[in-house]
Design a protein. Structure first.
Ligand code: BES
Ligand code: MN
Ligand code: ZN
Length: 501
């Protein structure tokens, strides 16, 4: 979708469709009154006939007139003014995108509301609309033949600003939103890519291509290099697949010699469970088990496009977890990069094994903080469902910052405790640790396992098992990979920059 910021009067815009949000208790703002007059009272009649009242997600399409240059106007209900949030505006953008697609209106003009909405800033509102429009319009169609019967994707979005003074601030805001969304869409594409295509080597090639495009440094460790370094836990998981593992390391430098933030993303390209094989029902969805890695690559892409003043290290351990004659067995003992030995009692608890080595590796970059993102436990879906990620870690300030960034971005996370008592569940009789803690508190014991390796730095762990993938589409998230975490992490990074300056 091409994006353009233009200046002018709404009534004079020549466009196939004007799109406007309307709050439920603001059906007669000056602009809406002007539009109604230009349409000879068509809006007032629709309201009187109870066809439109501005409740959230309700829409009304009216056709133009001699006094209205646009061919149509699409009104999208925003609900009561006092209930409007950035998230409800993203949803309104998604509703508009759906209506436009259905009607094959691929060129359109969005008009900001002419009255203040719940104290929200004009730039923030414009960003939210643009995010909703772009993210809702996404489809993964790489493997589908073209079909003229399918609704086309949106091509041209014009953002109309009324006063010249607003234009530059709004323009900057919507351009930021567009760059941010590129990171999200990259993450979605990677998650949706099928397992037969996306080997660890494929992920590494993709990371290199992105790095070359936006000027990131990218180094990739292959199996011999990982053996040499001693990535015993990661290699243990990888040994069941003929597709060899990679450790992808990316650097974004936007802040000179400042200490970096390290972002670690679980990159299991397919998780069959290994010898502790998963049930076959819905196993296809386990191509999404590299969503954490996709989020990290998407975040580095967005940070680079946005030229954020921060240093980032992205670390993506990429492996495939398959059963085979060479796979690890339950009962095997692995020696991790940290030197700690791990009794593998369930080969399906593989994410924590590869993350353990990645967390150890992160230390060498002397990070100011480390955030790992992983589709780590089914238990997280039981605890929080599909509406929030779990966040745990060793620094309460960092955890609170992430929760705040979650509220602002609409990618929420909720803290679970990491009390010492849970660590008891991981004690082994034959090794330093075992890789499962039994059924109680599965998300917490997984994090307690990671905590043994997240030493010497501030650390937060995001379990995105419930949020990285959607079986059915909703609001601005179509079915499949959601790209969850890119907007959350970019929001977190920019909030922290604001704090430290
Ligand atoms: N990748 C899965 C977790 C998962 C499940 C993500 C469902 C998304 C949806 C992870 O590797 C796994 O298999 N975890 C096990 C851990 C258990 C064996 C301790 C689980 O959650 O069942
Ligand atoms: Mn697993
Ligand atoms: Zn997994």
């Amino acid at each position: 979708m091409d994006l353009n910021v233009i200046h002018g009067a709404a009534l004079k815009q020549v466009t196939p469709c004007l799109v406007m949000g309307v709050a439920a208790n603001q059906l007669a703002t000056p602009l809406l009154q002007k539009i109604d007059k230009a349409l000879d009272g068509a809006l007032a009649r629709a309201v009187a006939a109870q066809e439109f009242s501005g409740t959230a997600q309700q829409t009304l399409l009216l056709h133009g007139s001699r006094q209205l240059a646009a061919e149509r106007i699409l009104l999208v209900g925003l609900g009561k003014e006092r209930d409007i949030t950035l998230e409800s505006l993203r949803r309104a953008g998604a509703t508009a995108a759906g209506q436009l697609r259905q009607r094959r209106l691929t060129d359109f003009t969005w008009v900001p509301a002419d009255s203040p909405l719940h104290g929200l800033q004009a730039e923030a509102m414009a960003s939210a609309w643009v995010e909703g429009l772009i993210l809702a319009d996404y489809r993964f169609e790489r493997y589908r033949s073209a079909d003229p019967k399918r609704a086309p994707s949106l091509k041209q979005l014009n953002v109309l600003t009324g006063r010249k003074g607003d234009q530059s601030a709004i323009k900057a805001a919507v351009q930021r939103a567009e760059k941010l969304c590129r990171g999200v869409l990259l993450a979605r594409d990677m998650v949706n890519e099928p397992g037969n295509i996306k080997s660890p080597a494929f992920l590494a090639e993709q990371a290199k291509a992105i790095a070359a495009e936006v000027g990131l440094q990218c180094t990739v460790l292959d199996r011999p290099a990982l053996e040499q370094e001693g990535f015993g836990a990661l290699l243990g998981v990888a040994q069941g697949s003929i597709r060899e593992p990679r450790l992808i390391v990316l650097h974004y430098r936007g802040a000179g010699d400042e200490r970096p933030v390290a972002l670690i993303g679980k990159g299991v390209v397919f998780d069959a469970g290994g010898i502790s094989l998963k049930p076959s029902e819905k196993m296809d969805q386990m191509k999404m088990d590299m969503a954490g890695g996709a989020t990290v690559l998407g975040t580095l892409l967005a940070a680079a496009l946005l030229q954020m003043p921060v240093n980032l290290v992205g670390i993506i351990p990429a492996v495939e977890n398959l059963p085979s004659g060479s796979a690890i067995r339950p009962g095997d003992i692995l020696t991790s990069l940290a030197g700690r030995t791990i009794e593998v009692l369930n080969t399906d608890a593989e994410g924590r094994l590869i993350l353990a080595d990645a967390l150890t590796y992160a230390k060498r970059f002397e990070p100011r903080e480390v955030i790992d993102v992983a589709t780590l436990t089914g238990a997280c879906i039981i605890a929080l469902g599909h509406h929030a990620a779990a966040v745990l870690g060793n620094h309460n300030g960092l955890l609170r910052q992430l929760q705040r960034a979650g509220e602002a971005s609409g990618e929420r996370c909720w803290q679970l405790p990491l009390w010492d008592e849970y660590a008891e569940q991981l004690k082994s009789e034959v090794a330093d640790l075992k890789n499962i803690g039994g059924r109680p508190a599965g998300t917490i014991t997984a994090a307690a396992f990671l905590q043994h390796f997240a030493k010497d730095y501030r650390w937060a762990h995001l379990d995105i098992a419930g949020t990285a993938w959607q079986e059915k589409g909703s609001d601005y998230r179509p079915a499949g990979g959601t790209g969850f975490g890119v907007r959350l992490l970019i929001e977190h990074l920019s909030q922290n920059l604001a704090q430290s300056s």
